[in-house]
Design a protein around this ligand. Sequence first.
Ligand SMILES: *[C@@H]1O[C@H](CO)[C@@H](O)[C@H](O)[C@H]1NC(C)=O
Length: 411
Amino acid sequence: VILSFLFLCQRLAESAEDADLYHEFNASLQFDYYNSMLINTVDEDGNNVELGGEFPLEENEHFNNLPVNTQQSNIQIPTNVYNKDPNILNAIYNSEALNDVFIRNFQKDPTLTWQYFGSSTGFFRLYPGIKWTPDSNGVAAFDCRNRNWYIQAATSPKDIVIMVDISGSMKGLKITIAKHTINTILDTLGENDFVNVIAYTDYVRYVEPCFKGTLVQADLDNREVGTLSASRRLKEANGQGSMCNQAIMLITDGAMEDFESIFEEFNWPERRVRVFTYLIGREMTFAQNTKWIACNNKGYYTHISTLADVQENVMEYLHVLSRPMVINHEHDIIWTEAYMDTVVSLSLKFLSHGILLGVVGSDVPLMEVMKLAPRYVLGPHGYAFLLTNNGYILAHPDLRPLVSSASFLQV
Ligand SMILES: *[C@@H]1O[C@H](CO)[C@@H](O)[C@H](O)[C@H]1NC(C)=O
């Protein structure tokens, strides 16, 4: 499974990157695709609805007895993303080539289960194709860009400090948008990331006193504590965080000043800590400073005036953090926990001209992973563990803490 996945990834990455390289963006592109929410749906006159053509489905034991189409992948788009947006249409068109790769992979290795591509534009191509079941309120909230496998493959581990302005002018809708922005940022964090939230007005206050002065791991428990807590300045986060990507997210309705002297002291000239600024609300009075802060600290400035803008604007920061320091063709394979404890996801990102196109992944049943570390290799007291950041399985025979006796099985 895993070897074929590597092969799959190479092929997927190559074909997706090539397709993007040679395709010119066409703003008026007309293109029909199978939308997994709309397939097999007819209007009152009995005609197929747009993007909802006939899509044969057949129950399949290998895919949890779900009705699937093993001849074709199809496309899911979150309800809040316009399904005929030119960016989406062009990217879906480009990813059509993956269809054949998915099918060939499955033919070559019938133990493979789900294969998928999450696009940075927001659509999710899933093989085999299925009929997407809406949530209880009739919408598809699922956004592949929020999933662990996507985020962890797209970016390296992150240390994030969220600074939220709670001064007098931040009230009503603005504070609602600010809270939603914080939650959306937290949703983009995985177990490898460290986070803290600082509320500030004229004095700094820690939102969650338990975590005072430290970065805490963004695992589910800590994220559930709600909007977390405070932090030491990232510059002082010595070994406490992930130390890879460091960023400050500044959420405000307008920065009164540009804090140049502070950045000069703590972040320049290296600018190791990126600063992303989110200007909340309709007023643009202090937009200039807010923009300046982001632009002078390798970050990104966005203006969020309504609740509906939050999701897309927050996602922008992932594009910046996903850019490799040096542009090359190396793809890192990332293991992430999946939706069940019997399955792990294997995923990798791909890029075009250094821009994140998306993440391709496949689910791997743990049973298949365990076959790579059979008992006879491990010995009576041996054990194996999966190194999630690089796709190695480390087998450690006999509980002996000797480096020389550990054998690495590259997967
Ligand atoms: C763009 O798409 C439209 C509609 O699909 C097509 O008619 C047109 O030829 C395309 N333009 C280019 C430059 O490919």
